[in-house]
Design a protein around this ligand. Structure first.
Ligand SMILES: Nc1nc2c(ncn2[C@@H]2O[C@H](COP(=O)(O)OP(=O)(O)OP(=O)(O)O)[C@@H](O)[C@H]2O)c(=O)[nH]1
Ligand SMILES: [Mg+2]
Length: 393
């Protein structure tokens, strides 16, 4: 299993750090980094016709319903076969639009085999009202196959609006609680013990339970898949922003160690003992994951009706202008003094690095630089979100 592979890889790296030379440890980490780049995440979205599967898939990919690569949505039945949709920026992440379990040609008994269940990391079962016995049967079967599932009650914005119009003393929290209770009771009636239901509007992803759903999926995924999820999930709430930051921070040591490897095998012409290529690649990845690229800002502006100019006005980090070798080298030379102190700190935490001055230096500098860039970009992204979300409420 992939999760065990990961644990094995980390253990090997740790052992190498304790017993062997730095270059051997760093060699292993490079292998691991290469492997991690190929990690795939396959998410299955299923539910009755018209429940909002395709719309949810588009929202998960940070797309509207009418863009070039969007899943077709509409009032007529559209999903009749299993269709993969790639994440526009992370092709390793695929959302699968599955026909509902009650669709002609699909029988409840053979549904999971028909949609090739082995392929998916987990299932999201969508319903726009009460969950049916079919949904529960499916969940039970998914469980038997040792996969996980999440119930999503969709189109919450519509339900809330209708309630608001109908009731004189409308209370949103109370209404949400009632919908949740209703769904949970329905699932219990059909025999599911302690189901969890997430209330979601694909038109208003930051509101309601979407951030909680992300948090739950993240918690339940193995480490290497979690990283991929946090790269791909749209950065639409302060909570998600924070989780992205934490996930990436937990991975910095890997890049730093890979950079140390490069430093002990000197590259002609590179005076600073840091692998710039690794730095540029990682920082670009943060930038995209935080949704600071032009396309993401445009789409956020469109959704929240805040102008792109207003969003860009809160950006402070120079990284928002350009992320290339020169910018990074410039930052590296500026912090050279600080990194020596830091390198010493890291040498004391990872003794084996001490035996290679250049490796230690590189480890410290890379770690420090990545951490600093991550902090800067996370903060910029947070400010952009605060600006946008204020207008969205
Ligand atoms: N108000 C509201 N409408 C939604 C939401 N999600 C989907 N809809 C609408 O519900 C209708 C059906 O959505 P789809 O995403 O096409 O549903 P589907 O589950 O893919 O349907 P099939 O492909 O027929 O199985 C469309 O008109 C959507 O615009 C939502 O979060 N809020
Ligand atoms: Mg559809």
């Amino acid at each position: 299993m992939a999760g065990e592979d990961e644990m094995k890889a980390v253990r090997q790296i740790e052992e190498a750090l304790e017993n062997e030379s730095l270059s051997s440890a760093a060699g292993k980490i490079q292998e691991y980094l290469k492997k991690i780049k190929d990690v795939k995440l396959n998410i299955a979205i299923t539910g009755e016709s018209g429940s909002g599967k395709s719309t949810f898939i588009n929202a998960l990919r940070g797309l509207g319903d009418e863009e070039e690569y969007s899943a077709p949505t509409g009032v007529v039945e559209t999903t009749q076969k299993t269709t993969p949709y790639q994440h526009p920026k992370h092709p390793n992440v695929q959302m699968w639009d599955l026909p509902g379990i009650g669709t002609p040609n699909f029988k409840p008994e053979t549904y999971l085999q028909q949609v090739e269940f082995e392929r998916y990391d987990f299932f999201i079962i969508v319903s726009s009202d009460r969950f049916r016995v079919n949904d529960v049967n499916l969940a039970v079967k998914i469980q038997e196959m040792k996969k996980s599932f999440y119930f999503v009650r969709s189109k919450i914005d519509g339900t809330i609006n209708a309630e608001q119009e109908r009731k004189k003393n409308f209370n949103q929290d109370e209404t949400l609680e009632n919908i949740r209770k209703n769904c949970v009771e329905g699932l219990r009636d059909h025999g599911l013990e302690s189901p969890q239901v997430f209330l979601i509007s694909s038109f208003k992803l930051p509101l309601y339970d979407f951030p909680k759903l992300v948090e739950t999926m993240e918690k339940e995924l193995p480490d290497h898949k979690r990283h991929v999820l946090m790269l791909a999930i749209p950065n639409i709430s302060l909570k998600i922003n924070q989780r992205k930051k934490e996930t990436f921070q937990a991975n910095i040591w890997r890049s730093a160690l890979a950079s140390a490897y490069v430093a002990v095998i000197p590259i002609p012409g590179l005076s600073i003992a840091v692998d710039i290529v690794i730095l540029v690649r990682e920082i670009r990845m943060y930038y995209q994951a935080f949704g600071l690229d032009n396309e993401s800002l445009q789409s956020l502006a469109y959704r929240t009706k805040v102008s792109v100019e207003d969003l860009k006005a809160v950006l402070k980090s120079p990284l928002n202008k350009e992320i290339n070798k020169d910018v990074i080298i410039n930052m590296t030379t500026k912090i050279a003094g600080a990194s020596i102190i830091l390198a010493e700190y890291f040498l004391s935490t990872i003794p084996v690095l001490g035996s290679m001055a250049a490796g230690g230096m590189s480890y410290g500098t890379t770690y420090y630089l990545l951490k600093r860039c991550l902090d800067e970009l996370a903060e910029d992204a947070q400010n952009v979100l605060m600006k946008a979300l204020k207008a969205d409420e």
